[in-house]
Design a protein around this ligand. Sequence first.
Ligand code: XIL
Length: 372
Amino acid sequence: MASLRAFAALAGVVALTVAAPVPEPELAERQDTSAPFLHSAAVAHGKAWFGSELDTFSGEQYDQAFMTVWNDSRIFGSTTPGNTMKWEFVEPQQNTFNFSQGMQTVALSKATGKDAHLRCHNLVWHEELPSWVVYQPYDSWTNITLAAAMINHITKTVRGFGSNCYSWDVVNEAIDDNAQWRNTIFYQYMGKYYIPIAFAAAQAAVKSIGADIKLVYNDYNIEFPGAKQQKAVELVQLIKQYGIKIDGVGFESHFVFGETPGASAQMQAMQSFTSLGLNMYQTELDVRFPSLPPTPATLAQQASDYYNTIQACMKTPACQGMTVWDFDDAYSWVPSTFAGQGDACLYWANLTRKPAYEAVYQAITDVNCTVC
Ligand code: XIL
């Protein structure tokens, strides 16, 4: 089912390219847009959004059944582009900028009322970098030239998307799985100081266009107390000690079923950052199964993992909104990154809902979980 739908979407892309008649896409007959509605409920309960990623690079926008759900502003009130604002898309050659792919998500957001909370993602990350950044001849960067290239990327990208962005993930995943500074190319040349430099550049770029864009640090496995979460606190303090602005921290929340931290652990982790005056966001939530297929019992556990996670945001006043990293298994990033794993989303690949969808609604509306 997943591959058929992905194929139908791709066929749509090809058909548009060659201007041939667009074949009837394979519609999921039962795409579910009935009540309850997650975004409407989140707003009614004091949050700014419940949202879902959109990846136009995968051709999602050509999949009519998928878009029927994504477009529904009662279900999703915010989005994040999955790929198209990343460095390799925006600045494929040094100082040659291309905002057109990212602007597709801007346009689709505006058309469906998601533009007030478009989470722009991301400015500095160790993945999806163009080759001119990573594969320079040995040692041809210096700390000065790489800093200048990074600042130029940040400045022109922030200005290019301008006030279409509600927030920017300025630095993404700067801490490794051993809770050390990740050994990225930026770290190799600038040490940890590339992080405050990046935030300072973003702050200056936002100021130069007179916009109000939230500046965010985004990472995974900082959703529960521990060494990596402590390192993220250190990162925030590093930025703040120079008087540089950081508005919030994104908890990616890529979880594994049954290993998801409980609501109180997640709330405690949020507290470490809110006590520094920051806002919080759940930015890329999904709960994957390490082996497939799931059973009714493991689906109930997945529902419980989603419930606990959403509850942590709902019960943390400074947590602004919740975003899932795609809502539909057909386009989830999980199977291509974690071989043999998957079924991490709220909707099955045929666009019907899992128990987790109801669990999210129940967490938002603060009632006991009946599907966990
Ligand atoms: C993923 C995308 O979903 C994939 O399509 C892409 O191939 C790799 O990146 N953390 C992040 C996101 O911050 O940008 C990643 O997105 C998932 C992990």
